[in-house]
Design a protein around this ligand. Structure first.
Ligand code: GN1
Ligand code: MG
Length: 355
């Protein structure tokens, strides 16, 4: 790996040298590396999974455009401060934002934001509140960016009909063993189909507007400073047009789960209502009047829908023999799916009270 990293690094930063590197393993799709140099600044380099993303140059253009937009919005800060609040993408001396290596893989790099922390699970309502402010600010600062200027990096990414089509196709080809193990969850998915289409119908009928959305607002995609204040939204690969519910709901999915998304012991998986309220408060403080009444009324349903879409996607991948997500053991995707279904069950107990 070091050989290829040296090649890539040398293209973007010909005057610097790699001191050491470490793989950052939290993502399920791309390969990500922290590169330490012998100078003050460190970097994050990422190999984008071209099997998952059909238009990698378009994806990189999206995130560079949004990053520039956000930098521009924060011009009142010093450059150093801005580079802690917004991802800064590297360019090659020829002005390119990506490099294609000898294997045909696409790489891009950003400045590493040090003195920061991430959370896989949340144990403190301050983190939920700060996360809400951070993702809310992202919606707020991008509201004057025309979403049609962005490429749809994965067409129909959060489209429920599409995800059901993939699920139904996976059922036809699943091994008997996997289909049997997943039987209860297959039935549960079918029973929720209608309710889980409500938001999409509102979107498709034009009742809920398209915005610039991040589309992967799990809490581990938020950087916090060492005091626990929200700092920077990261992992911007999936930025594209979407509805606000995607970003609200996906954050709730991880913030309000008392366990990690792949915790096997389902007793540990519960929905934390207090964190829902803290997140909502922070999110609405920053999005403010940009959120319509209709959008806000559907926030609880957004939470359920985004937990469900991940339950369904993990289940589909399990039934397809794990072709999409990185897995560490054979039942990993089933465990992830069961975990998300347990979270839905726990959420249903409080959903009405949140509406
Ligand atoms: C994937 O690769 P990563 O971890 O950033 C997935 C998201 C899921 C997430 C679940 C392109 O994100 O949609 O919510 O796993 N990204 C893609 O942890 O499918
Ligand atoms: Mg992601």
């Amino acid at each position: 790996m070091i050989k290829i990293l040296r090649e890539v690094f040398g293209v973007f930063l010909p005057d610097q040298k790699i001191d050491s590197f470490a793989e950052l393993t939290s993502g399920h799709i791309n390969d990500t590396f922290l590169i330490n140099t012998n100078q003050q600044r460190h970097y994050v380099f990422q190999k984008i999974n071209k099997g998952v993303f059909p238009d990698v140059p378009g994806l990189i253009m999206n995130k560079v455009k949004i990053s520039r937009h956000l930098h521009h919005k924060l011009l009142s800060l010093t450059e150093k401060e801005r580079q802690r609040r917004v991802l800064t993408f590297l360019q090659t001396p020829k002005g390119k934002n990506f490099y294609i290596d000898q294997n045909g893989d696409f790489w891009n790099g950003t400045i590493y934001i040090d003195h920061s922390q991430t959370f896989e699970t949340v144990t403190d309502s301050k983190v939920a509140y700060e996360g809400g402010k951070l993702f809310g600010e992202f919606i707020h600062l991008t509201k004057d960016f025309d979403p049609s200027d962005l490429v749809e990096v994965i067409p129909r990414f959060h489209d429920m009909t599409y995800r059901f089509e993939q699920f139904e196709a996976s059922l036809l080809n699943a091994s008997q063993e996997r289909a049997q193990r997943a039987q209860a969850y297959i039935e549960l998915s079918k029973s929720l189909k209608k309710e889980m289409h409500i938001l999409q119908v509102l979107k498709d009928n034009g009742h809920i507007r398209l915005r610039v959305t991040h589309n992967d607002t799990k809490i581990s995609n938020a950087l916090f400073d060492m005091e626990g204040n929200g700092l920077c939204v990261i992992d911007t690969d999936t930025i594209m047009p979407g509805i606000i519910h995607y970003d609200f709901g996906d954050a709730i999915r991880t913030i309000c789960n008392t366990a990690a998304e792949d915790e096997k012991d389902l007793e540990k998986v519960k929905f934390n209502k207090e964190f829902y309220q803290a997140y909502s408060q922070g999110f609405l403080e920053k999005t403010g009047d940009a959120v319509s009444d209709l959008e806000r009324e559907h926030f609880p349903l957004a939470a359920k829908t985004m937990i469900f879409i991940m339950a369904l996607r993990f289940l589909t991948d399990y039934l397809s023999n794990d072709v999409y997500y990185k897995t560490s053991y054979p039942e990993h995707n089933l465990v992830r799916s069961m975990n998300q279904f347990k979270l839905i069950q726990s959420f249903e107990e409080v959903m009405e009270a949140l509406s």
